[in-house]
Design a binder for this molecule. Structure first.
Ligand code: F6P
Length: 472
């Protein structure tokens, strides 16, 4: 890449902010990539003069860099085998379950690890080539844990940040990983290593101390070569503006009323919105809702449950099984309780545009976030940002990063089905005055700590690291 094409600021993430989609008739288009990472980074990237290195979501795509919505995109090609071994395999069938407290058993395969190393090097080389002298590279998430050290070796002049969007597990679990030391070395190549929760940073530092025997003082690791990365929590958030604006739009509010009417105008609508992932506790909430119907504590005429489960990682076995389990459970509950006029669970295995999501959030009286483990959970924050009317109740798992901040939610341990049922009933029966009191405080937190505040605090830490480097 010529010097004039290099950027001062380079983001490196597994996915580009857009995925290439090819229709059955061969026509190609670009669609916003799934997940919270893209949603969080896009607004900041529009403001800086930067480049984004990532995969375009399809096998064997050799694409030249291009610009979309004002962001310079540098696509990384992955072969079908690399997608199977690096993305579906090591990232999503080894690291993902291990880092989410082994909710599903992690698979350890040496050929997956080899592919992970190879692909991390490809991302690192592309980022190193794209970054201007003394520039900044910000690496994202568990798919690229080796990239920081690889970039550092190629480009010692560059300041490197790494942000980890998912949990970092306790040492007793982390120690299972056959490549535990290599991953720590990879991450420690960064100058600033950010986590969602203070507990994640503590777990990482404990692993660094125990495995590598590095000295750790006041969130700073001291390595033998003098490099001293800062390790800290930077809880991520959302861009609240589009949610606030859409929620006030008359057509979206009309759509919310229409959704309620389509569901038969029940007294209460419960809503779940997740990628179809075993970490999200969808089975647990379906079970709790089914038992409440079974016990006659609620009826389908009065309380409908809408579950949006967007398709995700559909070629990974654990996700295939999960889909079967959830769909069986939903069909059983609907079969037992539906009437010709009312359905118990309206299950939607689809993704929806943001406009429809905001209408759903506005239509929902109770938002159910029952993840068994979640780095942050931005759905909880989206619901809160949408509810400008200060109505609605949020049921929130204590095992999400969001629970550290959203103190006025109805907190729940989703493993405790009786407790979950009580929390759902509390939310269903919550008086409007209490909804208002809680929602005002939740909104204050989310609006004050938005994604801008998050990226600014991380970039400030990186600027400090750059200044420290210059002095050294
Ligand atoms: O934050 C977790 C994460 O894996 C992100 O890295 C990603 O953007 C999102 O979830 C969606 O996952 P995937 O890219 O595997 O579809």
């Amino acid at each position: 890449m010529s010097r004039s094409e290099q950027a001062e600021f380079v983001v490196v993430a597994n996915r580009l902010p857009v995925d290439r989609v090819v229709a059955p008739d061969g026509e190609e288009s670009w669609r916003t990539s799934p997940g919270g990472l893209v949603a969080a980074l896009e607004p900041m990237m529009r403001r800086v003069d930067g480049a984004w290195v990532g995969w375009a979501g399809q096998p064997d795509l050799e694409l030249a860099p291009f610009t979309a919505d004002g962001i310079r995109l540098i696509p990384i090609a992955l072969s079908a085998e690399e997608i199977a071994e690096y993305y579906e395999g090591f990232s999503n069938d080894t690291i993902w379950p291990l880092y989410h407290d082994v909710i599903a058993p992690p698979q350890y395969h040496r050929e997956w690890w080899d592919a992970y190393v190879r692909v991390n090097r490809r991302f690192a080389e592309a980022a190193a080539a794209a970054c201007a002298k003394d520039g900044t590279i910000w690496v994202h998430d568990y798919q690229l844990q080796l990239a920081p050290a690889m970039i550092r070796e190629l480009r010692p002049d560059v300041t490197i940040g790494y942000f980890h969007h998912i949990p970092f597990p306790a040492h007793g679990l982390y120690a299972q990983l056959p490549w535990r030391d290599q991953v720590l070395h990879g991450l420690l190549g960064a100058d600033v290593i950010g986590f969602q929760r203070a507990q994640d940073a503590t777990n990482f530092l404990a692993a660094v101390r125990r495995r590598l025997r590095h000295e750790v003082k006041a969130s700073t690791v001291t390595k033998a070569d003098g490099h001293s990365p800062l390790v800290k929590a930077f809880p991520i958030s959302i861009d609240t503006a589009p949610y606030r604006e859409l929620a006030q739009r008359p057509d979206i509010r009309a759509r919310a009323a229409e959704i309620r009417a389509e569901l038969g105008n029940p007294k209460r609508i419960l809503l779940g919105v997740d990628r179809l992932d075993y970490t999200k506790g969808i089975r647990h909430r379906v079970k709790a809702y089914g038992e409440l119907l079974e016990q006659g504590r609620i009826s389908v005429e009065d309380v409908t449950f809408v579950q949006v489960a967007s398709p995700s990682r559909e070629r990974v076995d654990a996700y295939v099984h999960l889909r079967d389990e959830i769909e069986l459970a939903v069909a059983r509950i609907n079969g037992d309780h539906d009437t010709t006029g009312h359905t118990a669970i309206r299950y939607l295995h689809q993704g929806f545009p943001r406009e429809e999501m905001v209408a759903l959030y506005l239509a929902a009286d109770v938002m159910l976030v029952t993840a068994l483990r979640d780095g942050m959970n931005l759905v909880a924050k989206e619901y809160v940002a949408t509810r400008f009317d200060n109505r609605g109740a949020l049921v929130l798992s204590e095992f999400t990063g969001a629970a550290d901040e959203l103190r006025q939610a109805v907190r729940v341990n989703p493993h405790d089905i009786e407790g979950l049922k009580e929390a759902i009933m509390t939310a269903i029966e919550m008086p409007a005055s209490e909804q208002g009191r809680r929602m005002r405080s939740l909104r204050k937190r989310v609006l004050e700590h938005d994604v801008d505040a998050w990226s600014t605090s991380f970039l400030d830490a990186l600027a400090d690291a750059r200044a420290k480097k210059a002095r050294a």
